[in-house]
Ligand binder design. Sequence first.
Ligand SMILES: Nc1ncnc2c1ncn2[C@@H]1O[C@H](COP(=O)(O)OP(=O)(O)O)[C@@H](O)[C@H]1O
Ligand SMILES: [Mg+2]
Length: 473
Amino acid sequence: MACVQRPLIIQSHIIRLSCPRTARRTSSGLFSRGRLHTRTVTDNDISRLASLPLHPLTLADLVKHGRPPLTTQQLLTSANFTLSILPGRLAHRIQSLRNLPFIVVSNPHVSKIHSNYIHSLSTLLPWAEQEITTLEEEVKFTEVMADLVQTHANTISILARGFLEARKYISPKDVTRFLDEHLRARIGTRLIAEQHLSLHFSSQPHNEIMHEQEGSPGFIGVIDTDLKPARIVDHCANVVGEICELKYGVRPHFVVNGEPDYTFAHVPVHLEYIITELLKNAFRATVESGMERESIEITIAPLPETLLQSDDPEDMETDVISNVDQGNTDVASEHFTGKKGTTDSQIRPLKHSTPGVTIRIRDRGGGISPENLQHIWDYSFTTFNDDQASSTLSGQSSGGGMDVLNVMSGPGGDGGNSLAGLGYGLPLGRAYAEYFGGGIAVQSLWGWGTDVYLSLRGVGKVEEGRTQNRQRK
Ligand SMILES: Nc1ncnc2c1ncn2[C@@H]1O[C@H](COP(=O)(O)OP(=O)(O)O)[C@@H](O)[C@H]1O
Ligand SMILES: [Mg+2]
């Protein structure tokens, strides 16, 4: 259990340690922004930076600086890599927010997100035209990364509230189009910043804090190269089961089968988020249909060896992560403005022989009606009623309904209870899965139950910064 939670603990250490003592927390609980050097963001900055093409990010990009502790040179390379990609990504998001219908951007919650992005870009601009060449600069830059991660911690619940309030002015399809792109892009931005923060704190030049990282030898930054999906499943199912028992006096059984010893390299907090959302749905359906005697079955199925060892270059062409998967496109903006976006279509192949796994979650909760099935990927589609949704958003959940099952924390510090019953679980879970080339497929047997297939790709066995073939234990 401690192992599963480790990544989250590491992340909170990162935030705590990376803020200067005097500026760590203000009375409002937020980080003080006073100490960071900023530069005013002009419209010119935004259009110039947003015109830079974005490229898909691979897990291999994140581990390429090597296994910590990094040398000074490796750490500076990581900082400069981080700096080279973040300003353009933030500018794309600002532009995309500005291209929403005016009445929607004027909503105080949506406009709060816009100003958060402007703030973060203003802290990056002073760095944008220089190279980070000394450790002192790297330390200051790391403070900027900590501020960025903290500033955007509650984006999802704030946006959810904004779009709920603005729902008269924007259709559910348009909300989904915008949110899908925005939240996918956010996954990347946070990951890039958190990766550098984490590498910073586990590296040679900052070894006074190295003891904080002891006991997590498999980690390269936020990536666990020895991640055991069965352990995450076990932990999340126990947590969701406990909530069920507390509220309903019943706890559906679950079994984990397949290859529970399988390990691969992935981002544990992502897996934890997806699995929790899928299990909440399965547990909820099982309890609501009174089928708690029937076990929920979770099968861990690694991809067949033969699929992974092909040296045929043609196989690589199908192994791609696209800009669409990662929210790097300007589709939402194009839709609202009618103007063509600037994102190029370059697709970088994944390392071939990438290991991976499919996790099937099978419940006997009665399935999803054909009518509902066509909406499950829409942000905010839920079979909860509106009253429950708004009361959980404002933190006044009644405590009597299934909303408690949704009181889970999402990755990146967003309070999960804000998402309770808002219908974000499946679309956001799929965004996390697709981000690195995986996916989620839902198969409903209406009247009987649901099978959900979560597939994830890893990064290969990581050896001194290079990726090799898959591992299976
Ligand atoms: N395993 C499942 N069994 C039955 N219905 C499901 C299952 N998973 C998802 N659903 C349906 O899909 C809807 C959307 O799910 P989700 O995106 O997780 O949002 P939420 O759980 O907040 O409603 C749910 O409200 C439910 O009606
Ligand atoms: Mg859900």
